[in-house]
Design a protein around this ligand. Sequence first.
Ligand SMILES: *[C@@H]1O[C@H](CO)[C@@H](O)[C@H](O)[C@H]1NC(C)=O
Ligand SMILES: *[C@@H]1O[C@H](CO)[C@@H](O)[C@H](O)[C@H]1NC(C)=O
Length: 332
Amino acid sequence: MKALSAALALIAPVQAGLRFPCSTLTIQRLDPVVQPGSNPSTHVHHIVGGNAFNTTMTGDVGERGTCTTCQMSEDFSNYWTAHLYFKHPTNGSYHRVPVLPVQPLLGGSQGAQGGITVYYTQFDLSRDNLNTQKITVFKPGFRMTVGDPGRTTKPITGLRYQCLTGNNRGAEMSDFPTKPCTGGIFTTQHFPACWDGVNLDSPDHQSHMYNSKRSDGFTNSAACPASHPVRVPQLTYETTWDTTKFNSMWTSGAPNPFVWSFEGSSGYGTHADYMFGWKGDSLQRAMAKSECFYDGCGSITKQAMATANKCTVKDQVGEATEGWLTKLPGMD
Ligand SMILES: *[C@@H]1O[C@H](CO)[C@@H](O)[C@H](O)[C@H]1NC(C)=O
Ligand SMILES: *[C@@H]1O[C@H](CO)[C@@H](O)[C@H](O)[C@H]1NC(C)=O
């Protein structure tokens, strides 16, 4: 996909799902999906969404949340990924890479601070096709992950990197850029869109889902198999990592110096976690409609990002994740 503004100009009338910013909620070593009850979890996460976020999360998150960093004010879900770090090529120290709001968003970043842009699409970037494909939304307690920090080969379709230059996002790649990017590094994570219809979770947090995605970008996933027959919204995260202040330390010809918070040996370990937390039937109301693209719609409510930005949670781990660090938090 090229500049989104160009794509948007081609879409009239717009339909096909939600797209909205969520500011950064917290950056710490907690993971209530993969390592519930562990404080700290193994690696640092960049987390957005509702303030029910906690070491362990059970039950109806949407009913417990009282504020959210997302623009959709009934969305108390949590969305998170590993955090990106710069590893100094000569002295080996690590520095957290700042996060910028994704650009362009309709009306600019709307005051989002860092954060993730979240999509719930019904079909592809420009159509909902609701008459051919029924969308069932997630239930309270639902959670899933996509990708795997331990993956060292064979990238997963829909987990991608782009090298930003100005408004140009460049080609989608399955590993980190090999040259400095003047506009930062853009990451996208598309989740599976087929559910078994029964389990809110599974031991590996993935087998209750089936990934029928066959191509990158905001394309419709292929038909769901009999084992996972229920079509859910195609959930996608986008993050802009502001790598620019590290570019001068990336000596010409040296390998990519950016690493995820678990380090890994390549970019193939990119992954993302989701904890459903929409209040009541708000997501179902949005997904059953054609008019909700980009800007929400009459049936779900939005808040000003200035309000969203006031939502916080406690740092429960209490360790340095910022500044020059001789090792990544949790890594020996
Ligand atoms: C997080 O969990 C702890 C321990 O169960 C609890 O005391 C605390 O109130 C929870 N915080 C939130 C925001 O739910
Ligand atoms: C590594 O280099 C950075 C940037 O010059 C510096 O701030 C940091 O202190 C250095 N780390 C060590 C361990 O010398």
